[in-house]
Design a protein around this ligand. Structure first.
Ligand code: GDP
Length: 443
């Protein structure tokens, strides 16, 4: 899909615009505790036009905005914007009509221009047509086509959506074409530099036949590595990114979240590699939260197991399990890429996970399961009302998604959602894949 980046200095309203453009149906999904709510990456559908929208501002950690870090903070936002610009096919540049044109806007606009990518500008926080001429006048000087909008109040939003749709159509980017060739299982590697991602890839491929290193034409440094093992085809997606990032500083690594998520979505299973001697770092946590929130099928690999004494590996594994308890279904595999330990488990686990993602369950079985689950434990009364479940179906999605029709989803407790998920997992045999529980109210 085409990628469109929302770029602009902080607080111009990018996140609000992002949500407005995405217009996600407010289905109640399983909100895991501790999972960040900010989406930074979303698929936009406007009629038959689809594209990926990236919100660059949403990626900055609140905790980093401390006064002593403010310079770094600014630099980082800028770096993120640069990276987003580099990866995007087009840019929506956002400015703040209330604040007017600032030097940072000018600087950012300069970067955007230099990228040579198609750009469209939105002057946000214009709360009505009567304010538009006066609030947008000075932005003409940037020489970028723009429209006024109020993300918060909805002014001009309909027209903006229409214009953005046309903007994307004009990019003329074909959707991911399916060339009919069996692509096999696709894997994305994530993790901090030096966690051992490249070593794991090498260990997995081993002496098996490397089929092709395919340098994609559009992104100059994205390389997919395809190989065959036991007559099956596998591809590591964007291994160039893995190598490249191994050589850059840690703080730059944050930026790769955009790319990481993009790759995760291009693949079937994501492997997050963590160095056993370093433990789950802040960036790892963040990635895990995103992967969980995005319902990405993934495996956590705890690598360099050879660096801890044998009698301590179990305790280390327990510590990781505890750390990752919000995602109890995610497999944790201990490996040593160097000694070749645990490596053989990775592909079979990934295969099984993909199979679970492809599971399709008939309405009859689902509804019998629902009855059994309800009989075992009724949903608790909330506000003197007891949720009533009418029936459940599986939606046609890439991961198992079960839609429960009930009288009022607002009175279903989170703990009961978790119970439903766990019971359905058990009954349907979904052990490692993500599961999406969705409610629809119908009276
Ligand atoms: P990447 O940046 O995540 O791709 O990490 P690399 O694969 O380049 O590995 C970084 C460093 O860790 C290299 O020096 C590897 O030799 C080393 N390394 C990778 N896996 C292991 C392992 O299982 N055990 C040990 N002791 N070292 C490892």
């Amino acid at each position: 899909l085409p990628i469109v980046a929302l770029v602009g200095r902080p607080n111009v309203g990018k996140s609000t615009l992002f949500n407005r453009l995405l217009r996600k149906a407010r289905a109640i999904t399983h909100d895991l505790p501790g999972v960040t709510r900010d989406r930074i990456y979303g698929e936009c559908r406007m009629g038959d036009v689809r594209f990926d929208l990236v919100d660059t501002g949403g990626m900055v950690l609140e905790s980093e905005a401390t006064p002593e870090l403010s310079k770094d903070f600014e630099d980082e936002i800028f770096e993120q914007a640069q990276e987003a610009i580099e990866e995007a096919n087009a840019i929506i540049f956002v400015v703040d009509g209330k604040e007017g044109l600032t030097p940072l806007d000018q600087q950012a606009a300069e970067y955007v221009r230099r990228s040579g990518k198609p750009v469209f500008m939105l002057v946000n926080k214009v709360d009505g047509s009567e304010f538009a001429p006066q609030m947008t006048g000075e932005f003409h000087e940037l020489g970028i086509e723009f429209m006024p909008v109020s993300a918060a109040h909805g002014y001009n939003l309909h027209e903006v959506r229409h214009r953005v749709k046309q903007f994307v159509i004009d990019l003329n980017i074909p959707e991911d074409e399916d060339d009919g060739i069996e692509k096999g299982l696709r894997l994305t590697m994530l993790g901090r530099p030096n966690a051992g991602k490249s070593s794991i890839i090498n260990a997995v491929i081993g002496k098996d036949r490397l089929i092709v290193s395919d340098v994609a034409g559009t992104t100059r440094d994205s390389i997919d590595v395809t190989f065959e093992k036991r007559d099956k085809r596998y591809t590591f997606v964007d291994t160039a990114g893995v190598r490249r990032r191994a050589n850059i500083q840690d703080h730059l690594e944050k930026i790769s979240v955009i790319r990481a998520l993009k790759n995760s979505r291009r693949s079937d299973v994501t492997i997050l590699t963590i160095d056993i001697t370093l433990g789950v770092g802040r960036q790892d946590k963040r990635l895990i939260e995103f992967l969980a929130k995005e319902k990405t099928p993934f495996i956590v690999v705890v690598n360099k197991a050879d660096l801890v004494p044998r009698n301590e590996t179990n305790r280390a594994l327990e510590a990781f399990r505890n750390e990752l308890r919000i995602i109890p279904h995610v497999p944790i595999v201990m490996t040593s890429a160097q000694k070749g330990v645990g490596i053989g488990k990775l592909l079979p686990i990934a295969e099984a996970m993909r199979k679970e993602c492809q599971i399709r369950i008939g309405t009859g079985i689902l509804n019998r399961s629902l009855q059994a689950v309800l009989e075992r434990q009724q949903p608790p009364v909330v506000k003197r009302r007891r949720p009533k479940f009418f029936y459940v179906t599986q939606a046609d999605e890439e991961i198992p998604t079960f839609v429960f029709f009930c009288n009022d989803h607002a009175i279903v407790k989170t703990s009961y959602v978790r119970y439903l998920e766990n019971q359905f997992r058990k009954m349907l045999g979904i052990k490692t894949a993500p599961v999406n529980i969705v409610f629809r109210s119908s009276h």
